[in-house]
Design a binder for this molecule. Structure first.
Ligand SMILES: [Zn+2]
Length: 325
């Protein structure tokens, strides 16, 4: 199905597709039924296409929306799991048609914010840079190194400047909830690690791979850092589950990474990831909001009277709470 062209910001609310009728009030997805003691949490999940096809997800809908930054990777899939409202997005689009460099990270995170998401659990395939992180292992990372070159990775430009704190790029609360949810999963889960985000789409050279190991990198991937930066600017908690598929090319005892080998492990990883999301939802639902909901406080350097109506119209979703009415 062709994607709709981008619409100018400010006009229509998200379009709910499928047989369900839009909510009369807001056209946004319904809340969980009151009888099920709904959590205020709206949990976003960014990952592969198989992730939202999970047992127990009810009130499933697709929501297409345009953003001031263009179109997201795909329609968002919303639903309710264990009384928690969920929003899913396949970051490469269904059918895996968008390269890491082509992903519209800003539109993806903006869409999550627009749909009320307060925490994002990101799931991503990575290469392992460490002997003891075997293919099939999960790493709940806590740091990033940036080796990307071609990507817009801030909402704040074109007339407004903001510098958010990013020393700890991953939400510790959400990380703890994922680790709790992973208990009994039957997958080896590593607590903490540094994710090097490379540009791709080609894999690393052997020299690069060895260099990154000397830097103390634990896993290597192509997508998660921009999501983490933009989520912080959007005041959304963010954590990554990095699923190892291979040993990159540094490992002398293993065949160099091939697409076939990676796909075989990825298939198993997606099933495990789905189960991990299912187990993490009730844990996260019990936790109150964390400090990242105010991440922009004291971060916007531009004087309020220097913020033009155009900037305010473009970024109102993020900045209105900090500006005079
Ligand atoms: Zn947080």
């Amino acid at each position: 199905m062709p994607r709709p062209p981008g619409r100018p910001f400010g006009a229509p609310a998200p379009r709910v597709t499928g047989r369900e009728r839009p909510e009369p009030s807001s056209q946004l997805p319904a809340r969980a039924p009151m009888s099920n003691a709904p959590s205020e949490l709206v949990l976003g999940v960014i990952g592969g296409s198989g992730l939202y096809a999970m047992e127990g997800l009810t009130e499933v809908r697709e929501v297409e929306l345009a953003t001031p930054f263009g179109n997201p990777s795909d329609a968002f899939v919303t639903g309710v799991l264990d009384g928690v409202r969920m929003v899913f997005l396949p970051r490469h689009g269904r059918g895996h048609r968008i390269t890491p460099s082509e992903i519209n990270f800003r539109a993806n995170i903006w869409g999550m914010k627009r749909l009320g998401v307060s925490r994002i659990l990101s799931v991503s395939a990575v290469g392992s840079m460490r002997e003891d992180i075997a293919p099939g292992d999960f790493v709940v990372i806590d740091q990033f190194i940036d080796r990307t070159r071609h990507r817009p990775d801030t909402f704040f430009s074109g007339g407004i400047v903001a510098h958010v704190m990013f020393a700890d790029p991953v939400c510790e609360d959400l990380r703890a909830d994922i680790l709790e949810g992973a208990k009994g999963l039957g997958v080896k889960v590593h607590d903490g690690g540094t994710y090097l985000c490379m540009e791709g789409p080609q894999f690393s050279t052997r020299a690069e791979s060895k260099l990154y190991r000397s830097w103390g990198v634990d896993v290597i991937g192509m997508t998660n850092l921009q999501e983490a930066k933009l989520a912080r600017e959007a005041e959304i908690c963010y954590a990554t589950v990095a699923m190892a598929t291979d040993y990159d090319c540094w490992h002398e005892g293993h065949d160099d990474v091939t697409i076939d080998a990676i796909l075989a492990v990825m298939h198993k990883n997606v099933a495990n990831a789905r189960e991990l999301v299912r187990r993490t939802v009730p844990v996260a639902a019990r936790r109150p909001e964390c400090r990242h909901k105010d991440a922009l406080k004291n971060a916007i350097l531009t004087a309020p009277d220097a913020i033009t109506p155009e900037v305010r119209a473009r970024l109102g979703l993020l900045i209105d709470k900090y500006l005079p009415a």
